[in-house]
Write a protein that binds this ligand. Structure first.
Ligand SMILES: [Zn+2]
Length: 266
């Protein structure tokens, strides 16, 4: 599950610091969320709260859930799976479908969380949750688009980046170029997300230098395309070739002024 792409960085990551300080609140334990949680735990995260309403179906065979898990709640599988990985993991889960009008237990768990990660099909709900998290803690969002060919990973940090909604709205370069038929590289989306999480977790310490491309407020959005060489525009040799970082400004080079992220300036 853990991609070798991380291997050169693993020794540089302050796992003990992450273990002590990161309290991860995840919404969405599907294909992307499950991979993300695995990778986060492999990098030291030991406090995890997950909200995921779905049951595992046979179509999930290829997405990280084993055959034995079919017919069970994803949250139950996750709990069992993670505690088997390490008994030191603090795990709580909720089998609840969040909406813009009903955000529990997200709102109850948010004050104790240090990082929020959203893996939702509904961008409307993700935006609403990210709005609540914006002033509280770093917030990640990662999704595979409906076209199944591209994905994206974005993050926000109160006062230092736009909010999630403004990030996506202002990212004119968002989306894939035409003519692609390959399935999106989900792990690339996850990898970018985890790197962003680590960058945020280590910001202010030595990690800030190592993960500067991911904690630079100019680039809170990364578009992931499964076409090696297609988007090798990051200028960073340790990034997957299918990832492009997107600067979030309007045509005049200005950042957003929405009620959530008012005060942020690029
Ligand atoms: Zn905003």
């Amino acid at each position: 599950m853990i991609d070798d792409w991380f291997a050169p960085l693993r020794g540089l990551i302050d796992v003990a610091h992450i273990e002590r300080t990161v309290r991860l609140l995840v919404v969405g334990g599907g294909r992307v969320g499950l991979s993300f949680i695995h990778t986060a735990i492999a990098h030291g995260v030991r406090w995890v709260r997950v909200i995921e309403p779905d049951w595992t179906e046979s179509r999930n065979y290829a997405s990280g859930f084993p055959e034995a898990a079919v017919g069970s709640r994803k949250i139950d599988f996750l709990r069992e799976h993670l505690l088997r990985y390490s008994s030191r993991i603090s795990f709580e889960g909720a089998s609840v479908r969040l909406t813009t009008a009903s955000m529990e237990p997200f709102l109850s768990w948010l004050p104790r969380s240090s990082h929020v990660a959203l893996f939702l099909d509904s961008f409307e709900v993700a935006s609403a949750l990210a709005r609540m998290a914006y002033r509280q803690c770093p917030c990640l969002y990662a999704a595979v688009f409906e076209n199944g060919r591209t994905g994206e990973a974005a993050w926000s940090l109160g006062g230092q980046t736009p909010c999630l909604e403004s990030t996506v709205r202002l990212s004119e370069k968002r989306g894939a170029r035409g003519g692609q038929t390959a399935l999106v590289d989900v792990l690339s989306t996850v990898n970018v997300s985890v790197r962003q999480l680590l960058g945020l977790a280590l910001a202010g310490r030595r990690g800030f230098e190592l993960f500067a491309p991911f904690v630079r407020p100019r680039f809170p959005l990364a578009v992931v395309v499964n076409r090696p060489g297609g988007f090798a525009e990051t200028g960073s040799p340790d990034m997957p070739s299918g990832v492009r970082l997107v600067e979030v400004v309007d045509v005049n080079g200005r950042g957003p002024t929405c009620p959530t992220c008012a005060g942020y300036r690029p």
